[in-house]
Design a protein around this ligand. Sequence first.
Ligand code: ADP
Length: 269
Amino acid sequence: QLTTHDNRSYDVNIVPTGKEEPKVIVVFHDITEINRLEMIRKDFVANVSHELRTPLTSIKGYTETLMDLQKDQDENATRFLRIILKHTDAMAGILNDLLNLARLESSSDGNEISVQPVQVKPAMAMAQKSLAHLVESKKIHIKEDLSPGDCTVLVNPAHLEQVFKNLLENAVKYAPEMTGSICIRIRDCGDECLFEIEDNGPGIPLKEQDRIFERFYRVEKDRNSKIAGTGLGLAICKHIVQQHGGRIWVTSPLETSSGSRFSFTLKKV
Ligand code: ADP
């Protein structure tokens, strides 16, 4: 990309041509307007999510207080308040994802993220702990296959935990109840660490495997299913991993040809 002194942006493509005399064709594509609209979209998402958080926090606070005040007095009122609280928490989750993504996008626009050496096994254990209740309630079996020794990577600790949490949460969400099983693998591969989270859920159709990392994208059959989701979790993972110079992708485990295997890499210290 090229930016001129009057702040116009161009995509530049150089195409080699000519056999005897080497020549090139240079194609300039003006993307100033596309960039401007993208900036407006990012600002809009960040501002709206921020503004919605305050009233939502207030609704949640008052609902919890009402529940405490009227404890066991009216069964219906308690039931309705519990439903309000459940939906408020779901909305707060969506707003959190939107804000996280907006912040990540603004840091990929040049704002620095702070990184430090992080030991990966304790970070993974923290993410697992935060999902223990979900794992327990679906009776999912988790197997760990961790390389001996410790891997230390250079990351923002909160970001690494977020990636672990999003991928694990998906594995738990899409794995079947009672027979669900998840394998967590960490491998020391020379100058990088490889992470894999594998489940025996429905898997992801080949033609959709690239698209699931786009924001708001959900696999067709999940859009109308009972499994709640925003389609933002993987977009957040992709942003974080790429910002730290790593790669992230999904495959179907070859051995079983069903289920999903999410893999990502990060540079070691
Ligand atoms: P969501 O909040 O919808 O789970 P994500 O961005 O985390 O959003 O995932 C995008 C979509 O990718 C999901 O809606 C689902 O269709 C698919 N997906 C993600 N993880 C898995 C998985 N482990 N097994 C099957 N499908 C998955």
